[in-house]
Each structure stands twice: as structure tokens, then as C-alpha cells.
Design a protein. Structure first.
Length: 244
């Protein structure tokens, strides 16, 4: 998954309103995140999410701590990122169907491309090409949908918090959507990056109070302060879990 490094300016983006299926440079199909889902997609998604929830509760004894139901309207869910399990844990326990931003190299994987298209994920390219992903994320928020973005942009190599990428703050500023910090604990112990050995360790989800970008100074300096505040909130949630 990806936090999106901000390489777009604050000028109005060129209109990309049409829901046009696209292909990546590697030939994988792309699906517009706001494309209609239909009955088959909705049923398939409920089966997958329901199955994930059962697996997570059974194998990893996933606990939700202070996880209030997500309110209606646009919002951004911002979890820490320590394992490939994180998206499955967050997605399986969100009470609204959220759209994830994720690295294009995983989105385009031939064996899983169908799943990410069904989930309406937003693939994030590297460098200047991530501008499209930012615009797509803004469209999702404008449509009053929840968006999940990992502020660190990639899995932490050592489990410690990394510097946040600017994309989350840009989206929060442009959409005025609240950002909910979420701490995901135990996933690194269950599946460490670079290892395929799965350990059945307990996993915890803990959510904090939302923050609004408008409460911080304008400009990119304010974006930096906002991003660091979200990361501090996530760290505080992690410390609260350790004291439990």
C-alpha cells in the first residue's frame, strides 16, 4: 500500500472525470475507483470481507479497541504500516466499504489484479506519475467515500515509524476531510516483511480522534505539521496498547 509522495502542485488538476478503464505499462487492467459495483461485485466483496473478518478473529484474535463506527461522508483512515497483513486487517474491520491507495507494482500483479480491481483500489505510480492517484483519491473523497491511505507510503523495514509522505496532507487539505489515525499492532510479529513465515500472534486495531487539516497553518509547512501530528497520534495509540 502507499501513502503517495506529493509531486503535484496546488493548481487545479486537469479534469479526469470520465470513468475510463485503463491499462498499466505492464498490461494489467485498471478500474476506475468510482465505477459502479453492481450486485455481483457487492456480494463478492461482502463474502471476501466477511471471510477475512472470520479468519482474522479466529487465527489472530484481532481486537478492536476504541474503534467507533466510521461516520457518513468523506474521511481518510490513516494506519501505520508494518506488514503486508495491514490492508487485510484494516479492510476486514472497517464498517464502511473503503477504497485503498496502494503501490501499482502490487495492484498490477497478474494473480491479484482482479481482486484489487474488484476492491476499486487506486494504484499509485512512483515519481511524477503519482499525480493521477492523488486526483483519483480526491475524486473518492468528493464522492463522500472513505479513503484508506498509509501515511508512511511503504512497510517500515524495522517496524519503527517512518517519515510521512505528503500525499495524505494534500488530500486532507484539498477535500477538508477528517483524518482518523489508526494503530495496527501485532501484524509485524505475525508476518515480517521479507519473510513468508506466518505466526499466529494477536493483532489489535486502535483508533484515535480525527484531525482536520484546516486546524493547521496553510501551505506545505502546515502540511508537514499536520502529517507529523497524525504520526504522533498513531505512536501515542501504540504506546497506549503497550501499557494495556
Amino acid at each position: 500500500m502507499s501513502g503517495v509522495s506529493d509531486s503535484t502542485s496546488d493548481r487545479p488538476a486537469a479534469a479526469e472525470q470520465a470513468a475510463r478503464p485503463a491499462r498499466s505499462r505492464r498490461g494489467a487492467k485498471r478500474t476506475d475507483p468510482l465505477a459502479p459495483t453492481g450486485v455481483i461485485n457487492a456480494i463478492g466483496w461482502m463474502v471476501i470481507v466477511g471471510g477475512l473478518g472470520v479468519i482474522m478473529r479466529t487465527l489472530f484474535r484481532v481486537r478492536r479497541v476504541d474503534m467507533a463506527p466510521l461516520p457518513e461522508g468523506a474521511l481518510i483512515v490513516a494506519p501505520n504500516h508494518r506488514s503486508f497483513l495491514d490492508p487485510a486487517v484494516v479492510g476486514g474491520f472497517c464498517d464502511r466499504r473503503a477504497i485503498f491507495m496502494m503501490h501499482a507494482k502490487y495492484y498490477d500483479h497478474p494473480s491479484l489484479n482482479w481482486l484489487y480491481r474488484m476492491a476499486r483500489c487506486i494504484p499509485v505510480e512512483s515519481g511524477n506519475e503519482n499525480r493521477r492517484a492523488l486526483r483519483e483519491g480526491k475524486r473518492v473523497l468528493d464522492a463522500e467515500r472513505p479513503l484508506v491511505i498509509f501515511p508512511e507510503g511503504t512497510i517500515s523495514p524495522d517496524g519503527e515509524p517512518q517519515e510521512p509522505q505528503p500525499g495524505m496532507a494534500w488530500l486532507a487539505r484539498k477535500s477538508d476531510a477528517p483524518v482518523y489515525p489508526v494503530f495496527v499492532g501485532g501484524t509485524r510479529e505475525a508476518l515480517t516483511k521479507g519473510s513468508w513465515k506466518l505466526r499466529l500472534t494477536p493483532i489489535t486495531l486502535r483508533s484515535g480522534a480525527p484531525r482536520w487539516r484546516s486546524e493547521f497553518p496553510p501551505g506545505r509547512g502546515g502540511d508537514d505539521l499536520f502529517s507529523r501530528a497524525i504520526m504522533d497520534d498513531i505512536a501515542a495509540l501504540g504506546r497506549a496498547e503497550e501499557r494495556r
